[in-house]
Structure formats: structure tokens, C-alpha cells
Write a protein that binds this ligand. Structure first.
Ligand code: PMP
Length: 423
């Protein structure tokens, strides 16, 4: 049973790669969680704009004005895509990592931070200058809510606090109970930032409806390449802090003081945190991707992806040696991100074989979420080095995992090839 939704055209559909067994095959990109292929529509939009490319907020010429309009219209398009409230700001950054580090840089004095140990390192690590409570991995969504409730109650907060939660795990693909976590946080006077790096490409995100204070995501996972990201949400903490980067564009007025120093008046808009010449192509690409997903009918894409998830799960379940990694249990709803290990196989060798023998691109490793993967693998994953993991010998237990991930551009054939290859 399939929905009527078709995969969206993406770049690289016809790229062929050599096989170790001889011949070649079209590449099956099944690593969307790392970087998704760009939508053809995004590429076309960017190509149409490229001849008109000009500096943003920094030129009197026609093309500079056009680029400035395009940049600010892109901001509005992203705000609309995220269902932003009237006074929310949309700050353009380089990536989710950059967005969360920006937020960490503007935390009010004395801010306490609460974060689950299961987060991606981009969500786990930026807060270390604050007082951080790392929360233990919950084994159900309900336990996540109860754990946060307990942690917040125990601290008896008097000052500012922030809870950082993921929308969908980059390891298990499982959806987190964002709305419920946000309600608990707010009941204790804490703010919430949603790491939507893996949620936004697979599921509509409505900031007002989820009632979170900020959302962060990356363009390159949302079918838009070119190194841009978003931090959207409440203006107050952003406005009340020093700029994330000091420089032109962030400053409204700069003057020498009589004592020889320099006085600066910073912008109070999103520009405050966007110093330097902005990545107008990347920003335009994000807006184009947001529009393309909305126009294609995001709900239909989500429904189709759910079917692909079910097919991958069924295919993996046919192989007794496969163990799918899950925090919340087999039936937990998840996006198109699934990690697993195969008994008797080193995960890196398995992923290499999928590439060399079948032209399938997946990822192996600890996925920049070392504490989570260690928990899921039984706590004995080795010292992984740079987001990777050491080799296990043949027949030894996996120290790392294999991750297959897919989305709006994935044709049925890639899923069939993958499940067939694993079999
Ligand atoms: N959070 C999550 C859940 C992610 O999956 C990733 C990327 N794997 C990030 C944050 C960081 O995104 P980026 O590398 O684009 O900064």
C-alpha cells in the first residue's frame, strides 16, 4: 500500500558509481541524516538567481538591492515555514551547530541548562560555560517528560533556564515528545530550544504550536546545500546580549570616544547576530526548499516516508542477525533515520560492503552522539576518535553502528536495493 506521493526530484539521481564486482550502478544516497541531496527545484531557483547575485545590505546598485530583497524575503519565507510568532526573529547562521552555539553565547547571566545525554554533540556541548544538568537517557517518551520534570523541580529555579531537546534523534530517528517537554519546561519558568536538524526535513515544525522558544536547523539536511542554517525564535535573549560575531552588518553606529576607545550601537534585529557579508545563496536555497516542501504537500511526503520506514523495518526484521537500535522501543514513531548492528559483522565493513557491492551510501560510526550510541550498544563502545569508531575484529561485537537514512527524494528502488543487500 503506497500513498500517491512521489519522491521529489533531487540532484544526483542519475549518478553512477563503480562496483567492486565490476560494472556500475546508480548511486543510492541513503545518508540523508548527514546531508540530504538538494532538491532539483532548489538548484533551479539558485541557478536562475545566480546571474543577479550581489552584495546584501551593502550596495546601491540594482543587483545589490535585488539580493537584499531576496535575502529579507527568504527570512519571511522561513518564518512562515516554521509558523513563527509575530515577534520572533529568524537569524541566519551556518548550520544547526552554529545556531546552538549562537544561543549558548547569548544566554542570560546565571542561566541554567538542561539537556539529555542522548543529544547530538551539537546540542550537548555548546552549553558548557553555563551550569548544565545532563539528564539520563529515558527509555520511553513518558520517562523523558518525567525525568525533565524531576530535574527542574529539584533545581527550584529562580533565574533564567533553558532546556535543549531534539525533535528527532539522528541515531534512532525516534520522535521526542517536544510539546510535552516544552510544557513542563515552561511550567518551571524555563525556555526551550528545539534541535530540529533531523525533524525539519521529515516533519512540519510549527514553533507556535509546539510552543518552543527557539528552533534550530540546517539547510544541507533540508534539501538545500550551500552552508546555511537557521535559529528562529524569541527576540529578547537575542536582543539583550552582545552580538555573536562583532563586525559590519551587526553594528548600527560606531564612533570613537573622547577617551580614544570605540562606542558601538548594535542592531536590535536579527542582523545583530549576522555580522559579515551573509551567505545569500545559502539563505535563498533554504527559503526555496521550505517553499518546495510546502508546495509539494509536506503531509503527503511525511506519509510516504512513513511507508518507507515500515518497509525498511520489515526488511531488517527478516534478517535475524540485525538488531535495530531504539531507545523508546520497536513501535516508537520515527522519521527515516534507522541505525542497526549486524551480529558477526563489523559495522564499518558492512557499510563499506553496501557501498562497494551495491552502490549504497550509508553511514557507520557513533554519529556524533557518543553517549547515546554507547547506551544503545550496551555501554562498551570504544574510544571512537573523531566521530568514528575503532574496528572490531571479525566476529567481535560492534563498537559502532550502521545508519540508513532517507527522505523526500528517495525512490522505492533505493529502499528495495538496501533491504535486498542486507538480506
Ligand atoms: N543536531 C542533530 C540532531 C543532527 O543530526 C546534526 C547533524 N548530524 C546536528 C545537530 C548538527 O548539524 P550541522 O552539522 O548541520 O551543524
Amino acid at each position: 500500500q503506497t500513498t500517491d506521493a512521489q519522491p521529489l526530484p533531487v540532484l544526483g539521481r542519475d549518478v553512477t558509481v563503480p562496483l567492486v564486482t565490476g560494472g556500475e550502478v546508480t548511486y543510492a544516497a541513503l545518508d540523508y541524516a548527514a546531508s540530504a541531496p538538494a532538491l532539483q527545484r532548489v538548484w533551479d531557483d539558485v541557478a536562475a538567481y545566480a546571474p543577479y547575485y550581489g552584495s546584501v545590505h551593502r550596495g546601491a546598485g540594482y543587483l545589490s538591492q535585488l539580493s537584499t530583497d531576496l535575502f529579507e524575503n527568504s527570512r519571511r519565507a522561513v518564518a512562515e515555514f516554521l509558523g513563527c510568532r509575530e515577534d520572533d526573529q529568524v537569524v541566519f547562521t551556518r548550520s544547526t551547530t552554529d545556531s546552538l552555539n549562537l544561543l549558548a553565547a547569548v544566554l542570560p547571566a546565571g542561566c541554567e541548562v538542561f539537556v539529555f545525554e542522548t543529544e547530538h554533540h551539537a546540542s550537548l556541548l555548546p552549553w558548557r560555560d553555563a551550569r548544565v544538568s545532563y539528564l539520563n537517557a529515558p527509555r520511553t517518551p513518558g520517562e523523558a517528560v518525567a525525568t525533565l520534570e524531576r530535574a527542574l523541580a529539584a533545581r527550584d529555579l529562580k533565574g533564567p533556564a533553558l532546556v535543549c531537546v531534539t525533535g528527532a534523534s539522528n541515531v534512532t530517528g525516534e520522535l521526542w515528545p517536544v510539546r510535552e517537554l516544552a510544557a513542563v519546561a515552561h511550567a518551571h519558568g524555563a525556555r526551550v530550544v528545539l534541535d530540529a536538524a533531523q525533524l525539519a526535513p521529515h516533519h512540519p515544525v510549527d514553533i507556535a504550536e509546539l510552543d518552543v522558544d527557539w528552533v534550530a536547523f540546517s539547510g544541507h539536511k533540508l534539501y538545500a546545500p550551500f552552508g546555511s542554517g537557521v535559529l528562529a525564535g524569541r527576540a529578547d535573549w537575542l536582543r539583550d546580549s552582545e552580538p555573536y560575531l562583532a563586525g559590519g552588518g551587526a553594528s548600527r553606529k560606531v564612533a570613537r570616544r573622547s577617551d580614544g576607545g570605540v562606542d558601538v550601537e548594535w542592531h536590535t534585529t536579527a542582523a545583530r547576530h549576522e555580522a559579515g557579508s551573509p551567505n545569500v545563496i545559502g539563505v535563498y536555497a533554504i527559503a526555496s526548499a521550505c517553499k518546495a516542501l510546502t508546495e509539494a504537500g509536506f503531509d503527503r511526503l511525511v506519509a510516504r516516508e512513513r511507508e518507507l520506514v515500515a518497509r525498511v523495518r520489515e526488511g531488517l526484521a527478516e534478517v535475524p542477525e540485525v538488531r535495530v537500535l531504539s531507545l523508546f522501543g520497536d513501535d516508537a514513531p520515527r522519521v527515516g533515520v534507522i541505525s542497526f548492528v549486524v551480529d558477526g559483522w563489523n559495522s564499518s565493513h558492512f557499510a563499506a560492503a553496501l557501498s562497494a557491492e551495491y552502490g549504497i551510501g550509508v553511514r557507520d560510526g557513533l554519529f556524533c552522539a557518543h553517549p547515546l550510541v554507547r547506551t544503545l550498544l550496551g555501554g562498551d563502545a570504544g574510544d571512537p576518535g573523531e566521530c568514528g569508531a575503532p574496528d572490531a575484529g571479525p566476529g567481535e561485537r560492534s563498537l559502532n553502528a550502521i545508519r540508513v537514512s532517507f527522505g523526500a527524494g528517495t525512490p522505492d528502488e533505493h529502499i528495495e536495493r538496501f533491504t535486498g543487500a542486507v538480506r
